[in-house]
Design a protein around this ligand. Structure first.
Ligand code: FE2
Length: 427
């Protein structure tokens, strides 16, 4: 007797439809026509079953604050930083917890069960950090939350910031962050990365750098991240986020850099919705797309994942915590519209993100934690094209969310149409 059986799943890698059985929070069996019974049986009717979506880059401390104290009218990164500097003066733990929890629930209902959040640790009381450290434990049964110490104003930009960064690691953050292109000088940026890598070694933590998020083709901290990763031999534990300046470098330099990146083996996170919006603001026309070289990194065998970055905050007033919408934008901006490229884009919001976060037991395999999402689509292409909802979300063997597919009836004269978006087409 199992706790849950998902009947008739389309599970990529398996021929025909399979039943996935769960007991005591783990995947116990994957088999065709399993005759055993379960307390809960969910009929999947050939729908796509996938490991959960991974959100590798979000700022939960600032989610759901758009308009406080005012909306970002220019839509630029710098006005966003200014508004956040004002808003963070009024942070308190309950405020951060309420907003972050609301966002996490919304994300989980759409199939995201692994989240890496950056948290600004240049606020002197570390209020948001403490709130998110508590929340990480509170939500552990249904979402894995990683916390990055993000020095929004730079490590050396204010005298207290380096101490705050170290204090944040001491309090239990999982990942150390940085923002070298926003340090006061190029030399400070290089020094900040050297410091981050040595702190990571001392605190045994992962590294995730906001790196070169600027349209300046002279912003070349990605090479410094790669050099540090090569010297420390820890590339798989290092992530370069944004790296939008890489889209502005000349091709001769980019070719050389790509070789160093392959050697370093670091992870990349691109945030297509945010950077198509924030970058290129000083351009007239032609206007740059503002996203890093996602397609070329993928073609070079580097691990690329996609993140949303912002949900209704000072930098981006849209955002719904939906990874299919992130991948959809990524496909457009990177021009990855070939069938193989579309499949690769789905990997960028699932397995590649898990590799970035170094999740050890990710995937639908017997013995792994039963973290499973059933999408309202028969395959990956359909899921991305129709931006479907998550029919069932199962976290550590518990059925935590269900969304029924959208159903549209058309009754106008001459039309006889009954269409369920995302539902399997019978033939
Ligand atoms: Fe970010």
């Amino acid at each position: 007797m199992y706790d849950i059986i998902l009947r008739d799943c389309h599970l990529p890698g398996y021929t025909g439809e399979v039943d996935v059985a769960i007991v005591q929070g783990k995947i116990a069996s994957i088999a065709t026509k399993n005759k055993a019974r379960a307390t809960t049986e969910l009929s999947c009717q050939g729908l796509l079953v996938t490991p959960p979506f991974v959100e590798p880059h979000i700022h939960l401390d600032s989610v759901l604050t758009a308009g406080e104290p005012r909306f970002n009218q220019s839509g630029t990164l710098f006005e966003g930083i200014q508004i956040w500097a004002e808003r963070k003066q009024s942070l308190h733990k309950k405020d951060v917890r309420r907003r972050a929890l609301e966002a996490l629930k919304f994300m989980a209902s759409q199939g995201i069960l692994y989240v890496r959040t950056h948290v600004d640790v240049t606020e002197t009381k570390l209020i948001a950090l403490d709130a998110l450290l508590e929340l990480r434990e509170e939500v552990r049964d249904w979402v894995t939350l990683q916390i990055v110490t993000f020095p929004q104003d730079g490590i050396f930009g204010q005298p207290a910031n380096e101490r705050l960064l170290i204090e944040a690691l001491r309090r239990g953050a999982d990942v150390i962050g940085g923002i070298p292109h926003y340090e006061l000088t190029r030399e400070d940026g290089v020094r900040s990365l050297d410091r981050i890598f040595s702190l990571a070694a001392r605190h045994h933590c992962l590294i995730d750098i906001h790196c070169d998020e600027i349209d300046d083709e002279q912003s070349r901290f990605l090479e410094v991240v790669a050099a540090n990763a090569i010297r420390h031999g820890n590339g798989e534990r290092v992530t370069a986020s944004h790296t939008t300046a890489f889209a502005c470098y000349n091709d001769a330099y980019s070719y050389k850099l790509m070789g160093f990146l392959r050697r370093a083996g670091i992870n990349f996170v691109a945030n297509p919705q945010i950077n198509i919006t924030l970058q290129g603001r000083m351009d007239t026309y032609p206007k740059r797309r503002g996203m890093t070289r996602v397609k070329e990194l993928w073609q070079n065998g580097l691990n690329v994942s996609l993140g949303q970055d912002c949900i209704f905050d000072p930098w981006y007033v849209l955002g719904t915590g939906n990874m299919l919408s992130v991948a959809h934008m990524g496909i457009h901006v990177a021009q990855m519209i070939g069938m193989q490229e579309i499949e690769a884009s789905f990997a960028m919001i699932t397995q590649n993100g898990a590799r970035t976060l170094q999740i050890p037991d990710y995937g639908i395999k017997v013995g792994n934690p039963a973290n499973i999402v059933v999408l309202n689509a028969p395959n990956i292409f359909h899921a991305l094209r129709f931006q479907v909802s998550a029919r069932y979300v199962i976290a550590h063997g518990k059925w935590i969310a269900e969304t029924k597919p959208v159903e549209t009836m058309m009754n106008a004269e001459g039309l006889d149409m009954h269409h369920k978006v995302g539902h399997k087409k019978k033939s």
